[in-house]
Design a protein around this ligand. Structure first.
Ligand code: GMT
Length: 396
């Protein structure tokens, strides 16, 4: 148990998230793992085991605490056009909370998790009254800017956000968007920036004893995402092709998603050499350590966890000047930001980074500094723990 925690009560924390490789699932599970290590009892709810819980059993002691994984079974039935996932999530939470008790529910991505949490809490209030779990909703991005503000989801999303006991966002940008789009009055929105495990995501050892799989001297770009349209994979490939026309280089694409096949086809049809699609990779840090420049020309990012992870490894970042990315990447210091869709501007910056290794190294070093000083896991999880404890009735 952490020093000082003995006098504090162990919290029973429910965490609901999407299990995919996306940033919200990563942040949710990293919070869960760290809370368990700190001595709390953590219950993770998702429709399948999140990628970062790979190798962790469904009941796993971790440090002084314990983590449980609860699969949300979404039963289909012939009358359903779509199986009701939101109800299955709420029912699973009620079931676990009614038997073991939960002090709070920390739900990630509002649609529909904030609504599932609201439903679960209302059911639990019938028997537990004021001891029903408190709800913390962390908004992540498209749950506000795209899906949640679509008329088909907006009223219920807004209601569920307003009914949360605390609302957090990873960037000032997303706080402003939430206020602008959801008419939430003076509702408190806490900006708790996302974070990175700077031990796991650390630069490559400079030692000659550490072998590298790199082709000597050929600079390598890397892009990590779930390959959805918002990531603009077409731009990733066009930027790489533009740089490669001037300088020999390679591109590694990590992740999978709906745009992958189109991307592979484009590469083939345009005869672009040097591109590798790796698909999902559990050890992203290892891949990052074997590359030189991180490329993220997204349409929108509320934060950009993947860019932060690259910075922690010591890579310069070349990204869109959009959303919360300017709160993470310091333009001209830890990388370059360029207008969304301005392939030429990206190519110019890309050429500068691969032809000026000293510049790239200095920017990578600044990125590492920013990750350690402003976005390290420990202090970030401290902020969540303080928030958890601030919510009555279980504050010490
Ligand atoms: O909102 C999404 O598109 C999905 C979400 C996710 O689950 O990965 O990504 C968002 O949340 C991440 C974690 O907070 C942020 O790093 C991403 O920038 C954000 N994506 C967008 O805003 C498009």
């Amino acid at each position: 148990m952490r020093p000082g925690m003995a006098s504090e009560r162990r919290l029973r924390i429910g965490i609901a998230c999407y299990p995919t490789f996306g940033g919200s699932g990563v942040i949710a599970t990293e919070i869960g793992l760290e809370m368990a290590r700190r001595g709390h009892e953590v219950h993770v709810f998702a429709y399948e085991k999140p990628a970062r819980l790979e190798g962790v059993s469904d009941r796993q002691e971790l440090g002084a605490g314990i983590l449980f994984f609860h699969r949300v079974e979404v039963r289909d039935y012939p009358v359903f056009h779509q199986p009701p996932y939101a109800l299955a999530m709420a029912s699973r939470i009620v079931d676990v909370a009614a038997h073991g008790g939960l002090d709070l529910l920390h739900v990630h991505y509002a649609v529909p998790h904030a609504t599932s949490a609201y439903l679960a809490r209302e059911v639990l209030r019938e028997t537990l009254g004021a001891r029903a779990p408190k709800i913390i909703t962390t908004l992540h991005g498209t749950d506000i800017t795209l899906v949640g503000s679509d008329p088909s989801y907006r009223p219920i999303t807004r209601f569920s956000i307003l009914k949360s006991d605390a609302v957090t966002v990873p960037s000032e940008y997303l706080a402003a968007e939430t206020r602008a789009r959801f008419d939430v009055g003076d509702m408190a929105i806490a900006v708790l920036p996302n974070f990175v495990d700077t031990d796991r995501f650390r630069p490559r050892e400079a030692s000659a004893d550490v072998p590298s799989s790199r082709a000597a001297g050929v600079p390598r770009f890397v892009h990590v995402s779930n390959l959805r349209p918002v990531k603009r994979l077409g731009d990733v490939l066009a930027i790489f092709a533009g740089v490669r026309r001037e300088v020999a280089c390679e591109l590694v694409v990590v992740g999978d998603g709906p745009d992958r096949v189109g991307g592979e086809t484009w590469v083939r049809e345009h005869g672009v050499q040097g591109v590798s699609f790796l698909g999902h990779h559990l050890e992203v840090a290892d891949v990052l350590r074997e590359t030189d420049v991180f490329l993220l020309p997204s349409e929108l990012e509320s934060f950009g966890v993947a860019a932060l992870e690259a910075m922690a490894v010591g890579l310069p970042v070349l990204a869109s000047a959009v959303g919360g990315l300017p709160e993470v990447v310091e333009h001209g210091r830890s990388g370059f930001l360029a207008p969304v869709g301005d392939v030429e501007a990206f190519v110019k910056r890309g050429i500068a980074l691969v032809t000026q290794p000293e510049l790239a190294r200095a920017m990578g070093a600044r990125g590492r500094e920013i990750a350690v000083e402003r976005f390290a896991l420990g202090p970030a999880v401290d902020r969540y723990e303080t928030l958890y404890r601030s919510l009555a009735p279980f504050s010490p």
